[in-house]
Ligand binder design. Structure first.
Ligand code: 5RP
Length: 218
């Protein structure tokens, strides 16, 4: 089974967590693209979706799923998204697709976060995948210097501007022993908009696609 087939399996399994007449929070990435394909098969039972990126918005609209403004709704029952790494506490590194800020916002509003991954994303310790950090453009050099003080090797992601008009620094070589503490510490650097650690708001349910099928971690 290829990695993409495992992603697809996990993504389709997430349909089970979408209730009738609900608004669904939709993440970003190749795994989520499979989920949007699955969602389109039940679109007539939905009130709509809230999207975490221009990329997902375009695909949702193309498949005839209404996209609602998060400010127009007061609650969101479920958010479905992928991850770049996930540990056994369901804490994640996200932002490989540069959509981390909107992903974190939609995840914060959602009652339940269902993470869809293939088994290669499971890790014991977060940090092998470089940690994406969205920064205000004029602060990128300052934030890079602050990251170096924390032991990271910062690399500005070339040619990428986020949906919010900002830049992404990928922080390599971080030792993430305490994801919750590091998430807070990075948020305190002036010029950082969001960092890709999802520890304060981890996933609630993880669907892991593997060559043996998709398993559910609750
Ligand atoms: C985008 C993300 C994605 O969820 C993450 O990068 C995983 O992507 P994929 O499903 O393509 O492996 O955080 O910002």
């Amino acid at each position: 089974m290829t990695q993409d087939e495992m992603k697809r399996d996990a993504a389709w399994a997430a349909l089970e967590f979408v209730s009738e007449d609900s608004i669904v929070g939709v993440g970003t990435g190749s795994t989520v693209n499979h989920f949007i394909d699955a969602l389109a098969t039940i679109k007539h039972t939905l009130r709509g979706a809230v999207s975490s990126s221009e990329q997902s918005t375009a695909k949702l609209k193309q498949l005839g799923i209404e996209v609602l403004d998060l400010n127009e709704i007061s609650e969101l029952s479920v958010y479905i998204d992928g991850a770049d790494e996930i540990n056994d506490q369901k804490q994640m590194i996200k932002g490989g697709g540069a959509a981390l800020t909107r992903e974190k916002i939609v995840a914060a509003v959602a009652k339940t976060f269902v993470c869809i991954v293939d088994s290669t994303k499971q890790v014991n310790v977060l940090g092998k995948f470089p940690l994406p950090i969205e920064v205000i453009p004029m602060a990128s050099s300052y934030v890079s210097r602050e990251l170096q003080k924390l032991g990271a090797t910062p690399v500005l992601r070339q040619g990428v501007v986020t949906d919010n008009g900002n830049l992404i620094i990928d922080a390599h070589d971080l030792q993430i022993a305490d994801a919750l503490a590091l998430e807070q510490q990075l948020n305190n650097i002036v010029g950082v908009v969001t960092n890709g650690l999802f520890a304060r708001r981890p996933a609630d349910i993880v669907l892991v696609g593997s060559s043996n099928g998709t398993s559910i971690l609750k």
